[in-house]
Design a protein around this ligand. Structure first.
Ligand SMILES: *[C@@H]1O[C@H](CO)[C@@H](O)[C@H](O)[C@H]1NC(C)=O
Ligand SMILES: *[C@@H]1O[C@H](CO)[C@@H](O)[C@H](O)[C@H]1NC(C)=O
Ligand SMILES: *[C@@H]1O[C@H](CO)[C@@H](O)[C@H](O)[C@H]1NC(C)=O
Ligand SMILES: *[C@@H]1O[C@H](CO)[C@@H](O)[C@H](O)[C@H]1NC(C)=O
Ligand SMILES: *[C@@H]1O[C@H](CO)[C@@H](O)[C@H](O)[C@H]1NC(C)=O
Length: 596
């Protein structure tokens, strides 16, 4: 990061300096010129040095800013002693060698976002710029990099050009070079020299994402700490490609074509500082072996991983996040010891796999387990017997039935705050939910009853989502809400309720009951919920005369009362028409049956 800031610094400094100086000068000038002097054109963009190019801003420190004027040509009169020159966001297509060569003091040259082609860039002059540290050429139309850049270079940005070729001395023999940006170009393996950074041992940041590389470049500088190669066509990581990179912390390899055959058990092994490895969206069928111990975040999602062997993960002692979603994992493909000893591993994503049950041997310290969108049909007594630290468990969109959830399956999850079982095959509220839950989601199941005790003791529960089930008022045990003394949100939309559930907890703030079959709202319906803020009754069958204003008048906190899409049943004529239609339909159906 500091490099990025370092490279921006001259420009920011320029802006800060120039505006304060303009201020000072304006004040000084006010004696010399009348207030309304027509000489004072555009005070924002004043030239301060006698030989400053038109429209540009210059200052005695040698900073010249000509950015953003749609300039078509390189300004001819840039002061010779300029040290920082910005010409970004113009339309320059060509620079003549002599114009650039005169500026031998240049330290920063910012030409990004112009229309420079390789033909229009006088590359032979770069080696005369013996002080050049920062070169910005991103967003141009270069097809080949300059053959030789100055030895003094610290940072070079060639992103978003059409580069197909880089030469030995483009980035080679630059002892001070720290960062090189080459993403969004058209580089293929053959366009790179054998040793792109020969004699440039201090390069720390190399960004080559979004090119057409098939191989990881060889001879990478050993000081690298950030290497981005995502969105290429990488098939293979040549032997030893990473073996010198003991300082590398961040390696992006996602969205390539890597297979396990394209690497071996020593490919990553020497990356002893590696903390962030992204291998997602490749074609791995296994987790690569020999991953180094300091990885904190490991992206392996969107591959074709079928199994996790006993010894592929256990040495990554610092692992905290393991992302394995969108693979082909089955529970029996995960070795029971696969996560053994990973004491820091707290977040595991296993969603969109083919798990038919909860894998055994889950990491003991897991806090967040995302295991939704699998084929899990049962939860056994000991599936979560060792995961005491779990706080968030998402089991939604599996095939779990109520009878296949063991009543004691959640007994050890004392810290669990959020449980999601939406989109399963539950037909009744299961027993044995952890008592400390804050949020329980059971949407889109077939729950038709809430038996006694299923919600008892859950005094911390704040949110309960039961929408799109088959609940009827009579099948909800009447004391069900009694213990839910912290409940704020209750969502029972899309069920078969014919009246508003009674004895709702006093803490309730939002009640969602839309899309039910509720016909009346008794005057005392909300007597037990004085804190309610939102009542949603849209699309029920409430008759107009079945609601009294007084029902809501005492609810001091009420902000939203949504009762649209009701009342059509209040019109007696319409009502009769409706029932006649229904009768006709029924008759038709009967006729059809007879015909069959
Ligand atoms: C660069 O590549 C883009 C996309 O292929 C193309 O539209 C553009 O014309 C190319 N520019 C040059 C200078 O080759
Ligand atoms: C690296 O540069 C040295 C000179 O410093 C040269 O002798 C050597 O051949 C170069 N190596 C490669 C692989 O280009
Ligand atoms: C890689 O595999 C080879 C042969 O199976 C073995 O000798 C070597 O120790 C392994 N290296 C690592 C880092 O596990
Ligand atoms: C992935 O690798 C397998 C062989 O391991 C190969 O058959 C398949 O075509 C590859 N898929 C892609 C998208 O490259
Ligand atoms: C579980 O995952 C689903 C799907 O991504 C998401 O909508 C839901 O909010 C998650 N549940 C929790 C409690 O985070």
């Amino acid at each position: 990061m500091y490099l990025k800031f370092g490279s921006l610094f001259p420009v920011l400094w320029l802006l800060a300096l120039s505006s304060s100086r303009i201020q000072a000068r304006k004040n000084a000038d006010s004696n010399e010129f009348p207030e309304d002097s027509s000489e004072l054109i555009d005070p924002e963009r004043n030239s301060l040095a006698p030989d400053c190019p038109k429209k540009c801003t210059c200052n005695p420190e040698g900073i010249v800013d000509c950015g953003g004027f749609s300039l078509k040509e390189f300004p001819i009169d840039v002061p010779e002693l300029t040290s920082h020159l910005s010409l970004q966001n113009n339309q320059i297509e060509e620079i003549f060698p002599e114009e650039l060569a005169r500026l031998y003091r240049l330290e920063t040259l910012n030409l990004q976002n112009n229309r420079l082609t390789s033909k229009g860039l006088p590359e032979e002059v770069f080696d005369q710029l013996e002080n050049l540290n920062y070169l910005y050429l991103a967003n141009n139309q270069l097809t080949a990099a300059p053959k030789c850049l100055p030895r003094t270079l610290i940072s070079a940005d060639f992103a978003a050009n059409n580069l197909t070729k880089i030469y030995e001395l483009t980035f080679g023999q630059k002892p001070n070079l720290r960062s090189v940006y080459l993403h969004n170009n058209k580089l293929e393996d053959a366009g790179l020299p054998e040793s792109m950074f020969n004699g440039s041992d201090n390069v720390e940041v190399l960004i080559m994402s979004s090119n057409f590389l098939k191989y990881v470049p060889k001879n990478l500088p050993s000081a690298l700490y950030k290497l981005h190669l995502k969105n290429n066509k990488l098939e293979k990581i040549p032997k030893g490609a990473f073996s010198e990179l003991s300082g590398l912390r961040e390696l992006y390899l996602q969205n390539n074509k890597l297979t396990n055959e394209g690497m071996d058990n020593e490919t990553f092994w020497k990356l002893s500082s590696l903390e962030y490895l992204d291998l997602s969206s490749n074609n791995l069928s296994q987790i690569p072996s020999g991953l180094p111990r300091n990885i904190v975040l490991l992206h392996l999602e969107k591959n074709a991983i079928k199994s996790i062997g006993r010894d592929v993960l256990t040495q990554i002692k610092n692992l905290e996040y393991l992302l394995l979603h969108n693979n082909k994992l089955k529970a029996r493909g995960i070795h029971p010891q696969a996560f053994h000893g990973l004491k820091k591993l707290h977040t595991v994503h296993l969603y969109n796999n083919q798990l038919e049950k909860i894998p055994s041997g889950l990491p003991r310290r897991v806090k967040t387990l995302m295991i939704l969108h699998n084929q899990i049909s049962e939860i056994n007594r000991n599936d979560f017997a060792t995961t005491y630290f779990m706080e968030e468990l998402n089991l939604s969109y599996n095939k779990i039935t109520s009878s296949q959830i063991h009543r004691e399956a959640f007994r050890k999850l004392r810290l669990l705050k959020s449980l999601d079982l939406s989109g399963n095959n539950l037909n009744t509220m299961p027993y044995g939910f952890p008592k400390n839950l804050l949020s329980l989601k059971l949407k889109v199941n077939e729950i038709s009853s809430i038996p006694r005790h299923t919600l008892s003791g859950m005094s911390k529960l704040q949110e309960l989502y039961l929408s799109n089930n088959k609940l009827k008022v009579g099948s909800i045990y009447s004391g069900s809400w009694q213990d839910l003394t912290s409940l704020k949100i209750l969502d029972i939309a899309g069920n078969q309720l014919t009246s508003i559930p009674s004895d709702l907890p006093e803490s309730l703030e939002y009640l969602y009951l839309q899309n039910n079959k509720i016909t009346t709202v008794p005057e005392n319906a909300f007597e037990s919920t004085p804190n309610i803020k939102g009542i949603y009754l849209r699309f029920n069958k409430i008759a107009f005369n079945a609601v009294k204003e007084s029902t809501f008048q005492r609810l001091k906190h009420l902000q939203v009362l949504d009762i649209e899409g009701n009342f059509e049943f209040s019109d007696p004529l319409k009502n009769r028409d409706h029932s006649e239609e229904e009768m006709e339909e029924e008759e038709e159906e009967e006729e059809q049956e007879v015909e069959e």
